[in-house]
Design a protein around this ligand. Sequence first.
Ligand SMILES: *[C@@H]1O[C@H](CO)[C@@H](O)[C@H](O)[C@H]1NC(C)=O
Ligand SMILES: *[C@@H]1O[C@H](CO)[C@@H](O)[C@H](O)[C@H]1NC(C)=O
Ligand SMILES: *[C@@H]1O[C@H](CO)[C@@H](O)[C@H](O)[C@H]1NC(C)=O
Ligand SMILES: *[C@@H]1O[C@H](CO)[C@@H](O)[C@H](O)[C@H]1NC(C)=O
Length: 302
Amino acid sequence: MSTLFLIILSILSSLVPLSFAGNVRVNNPCRSYCGNITIDYPFALQYGCGHPGFRDLLFCMNDVLMFHISSGSYRVLEIDYAYQSVTIHEPHLSTCDTLVLGGKGNGFAVEQWRSPYFNPTADNVFMLIGCSAQSSLFQGFPGKHLPCRNVSGMGCEEYYGCPAWSLAGRGQMGSMFGSGPPECCAVAFEAIRAINLSKLDCEGYSSAYSLAPLRVDGPSEWSFGIRVKYSVQGNEEFCRACEATGGTCGYGSNGIRQLCMCGDMNSTSNCDSVTSATDRRRGPGFVTVLTAISFSILAWIW
Ligand SMILES: *[C@@H]1O[C@H](CO)[C@@H](O)[C@H](O)[C@H]1NC(C)=O
Ligand SMILES: *[C@@H]1O[C@H](CO)[C@@H](O)[C@H](O)[C@H]1NC(C)=O
Ligand SMILES: *[C@@H]1O[C@H](CO)[C@@H](O)[C@H](O)[C@H]1NC(C)=O
Ligand SMILES: *[C@@H]1O[C@H](CO)[C@@H](O)[C@H](O)[C@H]1NC(C)=O
């Protein structure tokens, strides 16, 4: 008798998770990994997945996640979904150990249509290196170099203390103290909106951020890379509603309109509007029937 009961119970318990599968889709067809980085909304690797503002942005090559915008390609070091930031790096970005000159660096600039979605964080400092006296950076601010400033306690005075500068030697870059512009000029992204080395007539650049809540003790504790804040521009509702009804967020083939993917159907709102009387309604009803059967078996046994 008790063996039969256990058999029935195990059959029932194996059926219950199946009945839930229609409600909470276990398999999100858009979520993926590249190396150890999780790629989830608004990002995606497949066209049609994620938010349209983030389309054609990430590429995974040999487990290395690449971020591609108009200024160039960068390696993604981290995506922080809680703080909505992505940290990127590229080989021509000067660090505390190496200065990369020759104007080869990407800097940071995004396509006009994409710019609402990305902004380097307010506490990310860009340090422009070896800019010519004719650079637009120094025009209109004679003798004062006004755009150069410290950003979140990080700036060139401290950057000069890095090993990279003792190797290169300050004052070797063609600009003499007192006459020319400073060899390094630190700016916040908002000040110039595009870090374009050829446009700014600079030899190189560095970018750093600090995750420490308090002022850190010098550049050896800075993190080098570009920390970018991303945002879906107040458009969170669509995806939240889609996911709450078991869907996966994506966009249509025009690359503009958001879509909610509901199994073999796509909805322009959420999955409640396409699966009215089928999948989702059956789920809870089925569970109720199972519960009723279990209770009648229990009643019958006792
Ligand atoms: C991912 O792997 C890299 C090395 O391949 C490591 O430095 C990094 O800390 C890892 N990140 C996470 C979130 O595990
Ligand atoms: C739903 O949209 C996605 C992304 O655009 C597309 O790949 C898929 O084929 C569409 N499915 C249907 C059933 O139209
Ligand atoms: C950078 O500036 C140069 C010269 O003004 C321009 O040709 C180029 O398109 C700009 N790059 C980006 C990514 O905006
Ligand atoms: C930046 O801070 C350093 C010391 O922390 C200071 O010496 C320097 O004058 C500051 N630079 C600017 C441009 O304010």
